[in-house]
Design a binder for this molecule. Structure first.
Ligand code: SF4
Ligand code: ZN
Ligand code: ZN
Length: 312
């Protein structure tokens, strides 16, 4: 089988029922990303974009495509931030890929660590805690990324979340009944009332994970190939990920439908809940919440992390 241009097939896109050669595939993925950026106004004039870089395929392709856009614009700047949680060999290897890529592309990279910022690395933090590692890791990493992006005067904080990630988040919040977090999903998360919040953007949100792998391989982008974090096996997200993979395999296009449905719901739900004053702002961290103290702060309240949290 061949691509519509006549060249050899590189990728079969089941949800569209088409086959694409390498060149047409790359072009098509980039077209979809740029359309998402335009449609949802992810970028604006004079933006200084900070990309959260882990060294995995998603953040590497996100940085690559945004850098391609910024290169053609005189008013925009770009840099990357990587966080070292201190998860031994795994993080060392992913960070090496991040450094290698930034050097290759001549993009400034800023590196921060849990150890320097919170006085402890992740294994030390979770030593006597009941909750799983990912809960602390996610909360603290997001917190640091926002803080460091702001300190470096970024106007946008870009994440390499793909279509699968977004569908997983929708399911996760649905299963745990977390309306606050559900209402914060979408291609762009901003809160003009909270000055310290750097608007977050997700340029790859409409690209399935499988296509990100194929995109990196087509362009020979260096990335750390596997999610081998020793704590990864604990996460509920992993169970949902497996389920969604199976669903997409059997019914191509399911992931798009899930995200599309959430996109239809979220704007009206936001209006409804903001109007009735159900969404307030957390007294401790300032994030939107239906209660005075958000779940994140509540989570940290009874642990040793309170001391660390107050420092930041
Ligand atoms: Fe952090 Fe969990 Fe991801 Fe490991 S799997 S990097 S602990 S969020
Ligand atoms: Zn082609
Ligand atoms: Zn809070």
């Amino acid at each position: 089988m061949v691509c519509r241009c006549g060249k050899k097939t590189y990728y079969i896109r089941k949800y569209e029922g088409i086959e694409l050669c390498k060149k047409c595939f790359v072009k098509s993925v980039e077209k979809k990303i740029k359309r998402n950026i335009r449609k949802n106004k992810l970028l604006s004039k004079n933006d200084k974009i900070c990309v959260a870089l882990s060294g995995g395929k998603d953040s590497i392709s996100c940085l690559y495509i945004l850098n391609e856009i910024v290169k053609k614009r005189e008013d925009m700047k770009i840099f990357a931030i990587a966080i070292d949680e201190g998860i031994g060999e795994y993080r060392k290897k992913t960070l090496n890929k991040a450094k290698e890529f930034c050097e290759m592309m001549n993009i400034p990279l800023k590196l921060y660590s849990f150890k320097e910022e919170f006085a402890k690395n992740l294994p030390e933090i979770i030593k006597n805690e009941k909750l799983n590692a990912c809960t602390y890791c996610g909360v603290l990493r997001r917190y640091l990324l926002n803080k460091k992006a702001r300190e470096n005067k970024a106007t946008k904080l870009a994440f390499g979340f793909n279509l699968n990630d977004e569908a997983e988040s929708i399911f996760l919040n649905f299963i745990f009944g977390n309306l606050d977090k559900f209402l914060r999903l979408g291609p762009k998360v901003e809160n003009k009332e909270i000055k310290k919040f750097v608007p977050r953007i997700k340029p790859l949100r409409e690209i399935p994970e499988e296509e990100i792998f194929a995109y990196c391989d087509a362009l020979n982008l260096p990335y750390y190939p596997k999610k081998r974090c020793p704590y990864g096996k604990e996460s509920v997200r992993k169970t949902i990920r497996k389920f969604l993979y199976g669903l997409e395999e059997k019914y191509p296009g399911s992931l798009f439908q899930i995200v599309k449905f959430a996109d239809l719901l979220i704007p009206s739900l936001r209006k409804e809940f903001y109007k009735k004053g159900k969404i307030k702002y957390c007294k401790i961290c300032g994030e939107p919440s239906s209660r005075k103290i958000c779940k994140v702060c509540e989570l940290l309240a009874n642990s040793e992390m309170t001391r660390l949290h107050k420092r930041i």
